[in-house]
Write a protein that binds this ligand. Structure first.
Ligand SMILES: O=c1[nH]c(=O)c2[nH]c(=O)[nH]c2[nH]1
Length: 293
């Protein structure tokens, strides 16, 4: 048998679906999350000898998540920091871990006190990686679908014998924004910064004529990094949701950019990372976050 060694490992309880209702007054608040806890540290004996003396049960991790929710969530990021502090504080051999959350959006129905509709698919994300004394927080969202019906074009690309795409200076630009950004600190008001980053991204989508989705992603990232010194890096993964002009000539109709066929596949897939100049591009906290380059 070959000699082997245990290298990377982590474990915990994945996808704990926690809904917290704050009902101190008649006007309830809802926080709806999917939380994953994974511990890192000295767990070698569990793997090599089946010795569970260090294995904080995944069931215990789940219970801790629900117990902490009793006090409220606040922000997904703050909730993850609280979990990390607990597990690394109470168990000497837990030297770090990875805690992740998704948060689903609920909006009041007609400003009602305790009735809501789910205003997804837009979903907020947070990942905290703790390695000893180092915390790295990566926040983001996915599923925010945006469209502009003009103010976008695509020209000047190389043409070869396989090129059929016609140049256009007036097209629909539509995408589902998925983004994650890395903070260089955890000492911030995460909800306030989140709201601001989201609105900066939307404002940048609107602001300028788009010569390509690539340019628009870069402008979004540049705006976020410029406005937020506590963010060093932001990634985007965005499908180009093609809207093809429908040819209505078969029945004698013109089509001045009014009727489109919304193709669902294939789609262009445009991904980019925009970083503050001089920051380390290979932060290990990105490992395990799929779907971004
Ligand atoms: O914004 C775009 N970027 C591309 O790279 C591309 N390629 C393509 O066919 N259409 C588009 N649009």
């Amino acid at each position: 048998m070959s000699e082997v060694v245990l290298t990377a490992n982590q474990y915990g309880k994945a996808e704990n679906r926690v809904v917290k209702i704050t009902r101190d007054t008649d006007r309830h608040e809802i926080e709806d999350l999917n939380v994953t806890s994974q511990l890192r540290g000295d767990f070698a004996a569990a793997h090599t000898d089946g010795d569970n003396a260090h294995v904080v049960a995944t069931d215990t991790q789940k219970n801790t998540i629900f117990a902490f929710a009793r006090d409220g969530v606040g922000s997904p990021e703050a909730f993850l920091i609280r979990l990390a502090d607990h597990f690394t504080g109470d168990f000497d051999w837990v030297t770090g871990g990875r805690w992740a959350a998704e948060q689903y959006r609920w909006t009041r129905i007609n400003d009602h006190d305790h009735s809501f509709y789910k205003s997804g698919p837009e979903t907020r994300t947070a990942v905290l990686v703790r390695d000893g004394d180092t915390d790295t927080m990566i926040s983001g969202f996915y599923g925010l679908t945006v469209l502009k019906s003009t103010g976008s074009g695509f020209v000047g690309y190389p043409k070869d014998k396989y090129t059929t795409l016609q140049e256009t200076t007036d097209r629909i630009l539509a995408t589902d924004i998925a983004t994650r950004w890395r903070y260089n600190t955890t000492d911030i008001d995460f909800n306030a910064v989140y709201d601001d980053v989201r609105s900066i991204i939307l404002a940048a989508f609107v602001a300028e004529y788009s010569k390509a989705l690539q340019q628009t992603l870069y402008q979004m990232g540049e705006a976020v990094i410029s406005a937020h010194p506590e963010i060093d890096e932001i990634k985007f993964s965005c499908p180009n949701k093609h809207h093809f002009l429908s040819d209505l000539s078969f029945c004698g109709l013109d089509n001045p950019n009014e009727v489109f066929y919304a193709a669902d596949r294939p789609y262009g897939l445009i991904e980019a990372t925009i970083a503050r100049a001089g920051t380390d591009a290979a932060d290990p906290a990105w490992v395990g976050i799929a779907g971004f380059c």
